[in-house]
Write a protein that binds this ligand. Structure first.
Ligand code: GCU
Length: 412
């Protein structure tokens, strides 16, 4: 509770630094953490088309229902990426190469990806770690991340051997044959963007436009897009196997991760770490963070999403359908017991209710329908899940499960 309160107050501070302590307290009182107060809800069925027809074959899913659901998420939740007024030129430049990173076990590449058209030019800085002893192009984890490539978090930790300062177990990843790619969230869009004047959006604006339309992309849409463009770069790097990429992210970046994997089927696997509201958690449970509370960051979602503040029942989708869009590719959802703001049970129920689509596509959903006990990971299906004890962070325990899950799906 204390953690929720603190994270919440800190986050609210970003949105409105002038809110008084009293106002914050009132807002906090308004958060439901009581399972018995969850309203009755009926989830929309991922296997009934907008026209009311049942989806019974993989072809109907692929050709009819999947595109419908994708379009609903684009137009009502995260915002659609518009067609730019003219093509965007996308170029890559390796700005630094360290072939002897971590005692020669890895190569560290700093890569700049530049986007340019008549409307302007912007760039993002991606950092790629590649195992040096790989005999073939390496599969890799791509983290949509808060870690600035220009800070110190991607340096080796001096106290925790084999880890980066941000806690990523690079030595374990490399020992398991994986590369690691860090994609920074803040180059193409601000954390709590409100002006849209400096980042990627301006390259997409029509003449006279200076703000996204109600159905167009906001911050999470741009974060997801950045990951997809980093994947474009990886397709040009012959030491990485871009067809065996696990995209992952924590919290806000876990939300962007699921949206990236839903849209871009080149991602082979997706991992949501405590993505919570707007990520894996079901909207309709209204437990912890809700649509209205998430929209205190006014442009993380599309402007259209605000219409569903306190009206979650009116949504044409819920987040089990976002996970369903990732099928038949494997997806892993991770929660933590004390991370109540992110609604761990709601994250689990999304993973649970994605089952019909995974089953239709011949894949193995979760083996249980009730929230498992803490620290008992469900690793053997195409949907994976764990809830660990502790709070809002990516811990060594989480990494161990992510690597095991990836080993089952990405190893040849
Ligand atoms: C806030 C926000 C969450 C988000 C989190 C984070 O707590 O309300 O939705 O996941 O920040 O990104 O750490």
């Amino acid at each position: 509770m204390l953690r929720n309160c603190l994270v919440f107050i800190a986050a609210l501070g970003l949105a409105c630094s002038c809110a008084s302590a009293r106002e914050l307290k009132e807002f906090d009182n308004d958060v439901n953490y009581d399972e018995s107060r969850i309203p009755h809800y009926d989830l929309p069925d991922p296997l009934i088309t907008a026209e009311g027809k049942p989806v019974t074959t993989a072809e109907q899913w692929r050709n009819v229902r999947r595109p419908q659901i994708l379009s609903l998420f684009a137009n009502f939740i995260y915002g659609a990426v518009p067609v730019p007024p003219e093509p965007i030129e996308q170029t890559y430049k390796v700005i630094k190469e360290d072939k002897a990173f971590m005692d020669g076990k890895a190569t560290k590449l700093d890569v700049s990806i530049r986007f340019k058209n008549r409307k302007g030019a912007v760039q993002t800085h991606v950092v790629v770690f590649i195992p040096n002893d790989a005999k073939e192009p390496a599969p890799a984890f791509m983290m949509l991340s808060f870690d600035s490539p220009r800070g110190t978090s991607l340096q080796l930790s001096s106290s925790r051997k084999g880890r980066l300062r941000n806690g990523v177990p690079l030595a374990d990843l490399i020992a398991n044959g994986y590369g690691y790619v860090s994609v920074y969230h803040g180059d193409l869009i601000g954390h709590n963007e409100v002006s849209f004047g400096r980042g990627i959006h301006k390259l997409f604006f029509r003449d006279g436009q200076s703000f996204p339309k109600a159905h167009e992309w906001g911050v999470l849409g741009a974060n997801a897009w950045t990951g997809m463009r980093a994947l474009d770069y990886l397709e040009t790097n012959d030491r990485i196997d871009a067809s065996r990429m696990a995209v992952m992210g924590h919290s806000k970046m876990g939300k962007a991760t699921l949206w990236a994997a839903a849209q871009d089927e080149r991602f082979a696997l997706a991992i949501s770490a405590q993505s919570g509201c707007g990520g894996a958690a079901l909207w309709r449970r209204k437990y912890g963070e809700t649509m209205a509370k998430l929209n205190r960051f006014p442009h993380w979602l599309s402007i259209n999403a605000r219409k569903f503040n306190d009206r979650e029942d009116d949504l044409p989708v819920d987040q089990h359908m976002l996970l369903s869009l990732i099928a038949p590719r494997p997806v892993y959802v991770a929660s933590a017991t004390a991370d109540t703001w992110a609604d761990p049970h709601g994250e689990f129920q999304s993973a649970n209710h994605a089952a019909p689509v995974y089953r239709l596509l011949g894949k193995k959903p979760l083996s249980v329908t009730k929230l498992p006990t803490a620290n008992k990971p469900l690793l053997d299906g195409d949907i994976g899940y764990h809830i660990r004890t502790g709070g809002h962070s990516v811990d060594p325990y989480d990494w161990d499960q992510f690597i095991q899950f990836a080993n089952r799906h990405l190893k040849r």
